[in-house]
Design a protein around this ligand. Sequence first.
Ligand code: ADP
Ligand code: UVW
Ligand code: MG
Length: 407
Amino acid sequence: MGHYQILISRIFAPGRRDVSDEAPGEEDDVSRVLVLNTGSSSVKYELLSDGERLASGEVERIGEPGSPVADHEAALKIVADELKERDLGIDSPELTAIGHRVVHGGTTFTEPTLITDEVVEDIERLIPLAPLHNPANLAGIAVTRRLRPDLPQVAVFDTAFHSTISPAASTYAIDRETAVRLGIRRYGFHGTSHAYVSRKAALLADAPPANVIVLHLGNGASASAVSAGRCVDTSMGMTPLEGLVMGTRSGDLDPEVVFYLSRTEGLSIDEIDTLLNRRSGMLGLCGDNDMRAVQKRVAAGDPDAELALSVYCHRLRKYVGAYYAVLGTVDVIAFTGGVGENSAPVRERALAGLGALGITVDPVRNERGESLISPDGAVVKVAVIPTDEEFEIARQTLEIVSRTNSE
Ligand SMILES: Nc1ncnc2c1ncn2[C@@H]1O[C@H](COP(=O)(O)OP(=O)(O)O)[C@@H](O)[C@H]1O
Ligand SMILES: CC(=O)OP(=O)(O)O
Ligand SMILES: [Mg+2]
């Protein structure tokens, strides 16, 4: 039991964030927020007290064959028990609010929103647009609302930060009536990460307003172009499948590939959906979706891993060029997410050959993983900025709670 428990549930150490991350709110009014990020097969949680992490952890492999965690209810019970064991229970009177990551807010939600029955119904209505993500998010919301009906709970949407992108960037060139009727348009995702990282990146610019490109490279990956704090374009679309090459997702693809697979291989729509979302990307290209494993194989001269890494970095470079054109000028390019924060080869290869645009990477700084990896005096600053989605969700949750309290 002990061994398996460690495999499915990791508890992270408490820690303090840097002082520039101070949460909003009254100075002597301690705000304790529980953040839940309920994914399709995992639940991540973090308990923050005025920006300080009191506890955090993750329950993985929910519902997978052989996993003792059958469903989200069971996973949330593990989270609740873990918190209780450390005297930080969800029933604690010191808890101020609960913040939930919700992946798809459609056009209904462009801001973090206090959760009511009506809000839950609206999130349910958006399930067809995010069939893997929104039901999991709703499971988390249902459990904590049952446990703490007295507490303000806030939904923080992945899509919200991208609601400022213009119709020119968000509209697909398909039949207008069909698109409008069914909500077929580009929404974008990872918004809390793009919001947090672009805000930090802008502080590095010589003078405001800053133009920033954020490259969020985790298991899912997306790029965004941000001008004066507002998102103007992003690489994910109606769903998190569009755009960059990811761990298991293809990213951009000629839609005709889907019809071709159906006609020639007789694959069903669901089978093709699974193929493109779960068995493509780096996994489909070389059999490994973990970038560390891919890099090891590249270093050993493996041609499949080399092709996979070159496809990944070529796509990134294309988006950097595209967003340079969209923004006109660029002050900062920020790498974030597990790959962006840790992979020197990806950062180096993605930006290679862009010297004419003022974009260069200093190899020594890059290899050391310094926070600024461009040379001194570079036109475009290239930065490595660790993302913190949980902190950002807590920040936005408190903002809504204090706004509601003062109304
Ligand atoms: N030192 C490292 N070098 C290269 N890639 C890394 C390193 N550490 C983590 N990664 C990669 O980061 C990815 C996971 O990113 P993360 O942001 O944690 O994912 P998620 O989207 O699940 O939050 C994995 O592909 C992993 O291989
Ligand atoms: C929306 C999305 O792609 O999320 P994740 O990277 O957590 O899969
Ligand atoms: Mg992460």
